[in-house]
Design a protein around this ligand. Structure first.
Ligand code: FES
Length: 104
């Protein structure tokens, strides 16, 4: 029953080719859409050779104010360099930094 394909001729396979290409295109399009909407890496360039990017700091060393990147586009990561503005404009996103400061 499942071995019907053994009896297909070259012409039969050729006639199935457009269907196969259409299925591959739909699959690729769906994957691309999913990657853009709900998947794909957040970190595009920072220390990609490592299994996990971790920063550790002492609170006492932060000074009066520290601004940390949450968009993963900063060239000064983990600090914000304002790159989130271009990212938000390009992708319709709304990410911004984490600002930690002493109470005044
Ligand atoms: S550059 Fe990433 S939050 Fe500002």
């Amino acid at each position: 029953m499942m071995e019907f394909y053994k009896n297909l001729s070259a012409a039969d396979w050729a006639s199935l080719l457009p269907f196969g290409i259409a299925c591959a295109a739909v699959g690729f399009g769906a994957k691309t859409l999913i990657d853009k909407k709900i998947g794909g890496p957040v970190n595009l360039s920072i220390r990609k050779g490592e299994s996990k990017v971790v920063h550790s700091m002492d609170i006492e060393d932060l000074g009066d104010k520290a601004v940390f990147c949450r968009c993963w586009r900063s060239a000064k990561f983990p600090y914000c360099d304002g790159s989130h503005t271009a990212h938000n404009a390009a992708f319709g996103d709304n990410v911004g930094p984490l600002i930690i400061k002493k109470k005044e």
